[in-house]
Each structure stands twice: as C-alpha cells, then as structure tokens.
Ligand binder design. Structure first.
Ligand SMILES: *Cc1c(COP(=O)(O)O)cnc(C)c1O
Length: 402
C-alpha cells in the first residue's frame, strides 16, 4: 500500500465564486510546452485571446491588455493609467469589491469618493448622478463600477450607470469590473458606453487564477497617454504594440493564454446566449433551494430583490450563533463540496455558493445536496424539499437572471 495516495474517491466539487472548476480541455491545453517567443503560433494564440475577449465583451475597437496578475493587478492598471496623483475617482457603492477597489485607488495616491452602498442592493444610479452634478469643476476623472459584487451576489445595471453620467453631462470615464460576471451574464461594452472593462481568469472564464486583463477604448487610451502618473508594467500605451514581448511587458503567460484560447472557444461553441441561459437556470435552482432552507429563519438570500440576483454567485446570510466556517469546513471535508465564506463586513455571517463557469445541472445538484447534508448534520433548522424545488427550477421557463 502506498501511504502517500489520497484516501478519497471521486472528485471535489469546487463551488467558490473564484477559483472555479477548470474543464479538462483547458487543463490539457495549459499543460503544453511553451513556445519560443518568436514562434508565430504564440502570436496566433495571443491574437485569438484578444479577439475572443473583444467578442465576449461586445466591443469592436477596445484594446485588450492582458496581465500576469490577478484581478487586483488589473484594478491597479486602471488606477495608475487613468488617475493623476491626487486625482478623483467616484466609486459606485455596491459592496465589498467596490470598497476595496476604492481603497486600492487611495493606496495609489488618488482620492476616492464613494456613493452609499446597502449590502445586497445594486448600484443606485441616482447617487452617481448627484455626485457628478456636485462636481462642477469636473475633477472626477472616472466612475468605477462593479457589475457583479461577489461578496453579496448583487448584479448592477451598468447601462443605468452610463445614463446617470450622461444625464449629469459629466465627462468622467466609465470603468467597469466584470471579473465575476463576464462569461456568466451579458455585457455590452460599446453599446453601454463603457470605456474600460476589467476581468480575471479564474471565474466564469474557467481558468486557474493568475491572469487578468483590461479592455480600453480610444477615449481611455488618450486619457492614459495624457496622465503623468509614473508606471511601467501597467502602462497601457507601452503595451499597445504588435510585438508580443511588449504587449506583456516581458514574457507572456503562455500557459494561461493557451488555456484562455480554449475556454473562449468553448464559450463560443456553446453560444453566448446558451451560456447565459445556463447560468441563469442554475442560479434559479440555487435561489429556490436557499429560499426553502430558509423557511425556519436560520438563513436567507442576501439579495432580496430577485431581479438583482447575480447569475454567478449566491451569498447566504446565517442567523447569529451559526458559524459559516463550520458549514464550509464540514461541506468540504465530509461532502467534498468547496464553498466560500463571507468577505469583509460579512465575514463570520455569510457563506457563499459559486455557480459560474464550467458548471452544469448535475454539478449544482451535487453541490446543493452536499450543502443540505451539511446543514442537517449541523442541526441547523431548514425547510424540507429544497432539492425538489431546485430540480423544478432547473426545468422552469422564467425570465433571465442578470
Ligand atoms: C474576484 C474578484 C476580484 C478580485 O480578483 P482577484 O483575482 O482575486 O484579485 C475583483 N472584483 C470582483 C468583482 C471579483 O469577483
């Protein structure tokens, strides 16, 4: 007997809102040997990734700059390219990720103005409009908005944010974090007037963590060119080059690119609408199960408004006295279902189910059954019949979830 072999059978179901399950096709592509830097095949992979991201973002002209960094790196890229030292940014309040993005801007020397956020509620466009109207001198350079806040699972209407900026007749650029939403829910960069979009590899794009990107339109490129904030690695204009080595400010993350080429191809093969419909259907199954579990008041959906619930992630609040760490630890160790805990102010009060990326009906039913088994083992009072309701939701025809 080999004592070093793992003593578990089957697979562990990874249901965090990043990292997510990586499909075998992607893992296999990522295991290929690297190319030499002059091999035209490498340039073709890069080009396929750029074009594929443009199509998924629905942009005809934005430049895609990819980084060997996680989403926080791409946040910093937008900050240092757009904001001059001491420059002002308006951060749309919607949850923990907007708040930490604001803190990143402050850490880089910018001034962040925040609109108020209510946990589980989407961005309020009226607050954006009011804050911009109050900025008579047009000192605010950009509005930062998160499409899906991964701490509560709320999805905001980005088109409404653009309309608020336009109503205020303010020149601020619109910079949108689509890290948790791209590939799970529709995004229209050009039609919605988004100047910069920011994404990362390990969510609905079905890759391991470690790569991110910014898509930058001509207005934002020009603003970056005129901005004097010192930067080298993150600089957009330096990366706008036909030479691969310059595009990445050094050696490209070849394995991730080979994986991204495949994952974007898988999304296109399934069809964008089919991918979004699958996410919406699976999200509804999760919502139905949580609503049923919550019948005795021990837990609840953090996003009350059904139309603002994301297709990517569901955050579940728990009654005082229930420890989310006990739930996700037992779920992982006993039932092989990996969940996430609460972030920031929700730490110790929330657990989260990720349902984005490479996920299907069998996987979500396995996940939900594992969560239910865990809740029962912990003697948490829950309603009966959650699995039946989840199955019914998977078969239901209802309007799309955002
Ligand atoms: C995960 C996430 C990030 C941060 O990405 P990292 O890769 O962890 O740095 C940023 N914004 C949103 C909305 C996210 O879900």
């Amino acid at each position: 007997m080999n004592p070093n072999l793992p003593a578990t059978a089957g697979i562990k179901l990874l249901h965090t809102p990043g990292p997510t399950h990586v499909p075998d096709l992607v893992r296999n592509a990522m295991s290929a040997q690297p190319f030499d830097l002059n091999d035209p095949r490498l340039a073709a992979v890069v080009e396929n990734c750029e074009r594929g991201l443009q199509r998924l973002l629905n942009t005809a002209h934005a430049d895609v700059m990819m980084y060997t960094a996680n989403g926080h790196g791409a946040w910093e890229a937008a900050i240092v390219n757009l904001l001059p030292p001491g420059g002002k940014v308006l951060v749309a309040g919607s949850g923990h990720f907007g708040e930490t993005w604001a803190q990143a801007a402050e850490g880089c020397g910018a001034k962040a103005i925040r609109t108020a956020a209510r946990a589980g509620s989407p961005i309020d466009p009226a607050l954006i409009e009011a804050a911009l109207r109050a900025d008579n001198a047009h000192e605010i350079v950009a509005v930062f908005a998160v499409q899906t806040d991964t701490s509560t699972g709320v999805t905001s209407d980005i088109q409404q944010v653009r309309q608020a900026i336009d109503r205020a007749q303010h020149p601020a650029l619109l910079v949108v974090d689509v890290v948790a939403s791209l590939g799970a829910t529709p995004f229209q960069m050009d039609a919605w007037g988004v100047n910069v979009a920011i994404g990362a590899s390990q969510k609905a794009l079905m890759l391991p963590p470690g790569m991110s990107f910014t898509a930058v339109d001509a207005r934002a490129m020009n603003a970056a060119r005129d901005n004097r904030t010192p930067r080298v690695y993150w600089d957009w204009n330096a990366r706008k080059s036909p030479i691969g080595y310059r595009k990445f400010c050094g050696t490209p993350p070849e394995s991730h690119l080979m994986g991204l080429e495949v994952s974007l191809g898988m999304i296109e093969r399934e069809g964008y609408d089919a991918v979004f419909a699958r996410h919406a259907r699976i999200a509804r199954a999760v919502h139905a199960a949580v609503e049923c579990w919550g019948e005795h008041g021990a837990l609840w959906l953090m996003v009350q408004e059904p139309s603002a619930r994301s297709a990517s992630i569901t955050a579940i609040g728990v009654r005082e006295g229930i420890d989310p760490a006990q739930i996700y630890t037992l779920a992982r160790e006993r039932f092989h279902v990996a969940l996430a805990g609460g972030l920031g102010p929700h730490n110790g009060k929330v657990f989260r189910i990720g349902h984005l990326g490479s996920i299907n009906e069998a996987m979500i039913l396995g996940c939900l059954a594992g969560v239910e088994a865990t809740l029962r083992l912990l003697n948490i009072p829950i309603g009966d019949g959650a699995m039946e309701r989840a199955i019914a939701a998977l078969n239901d025809r209802m309007p799309p979830v955002r």
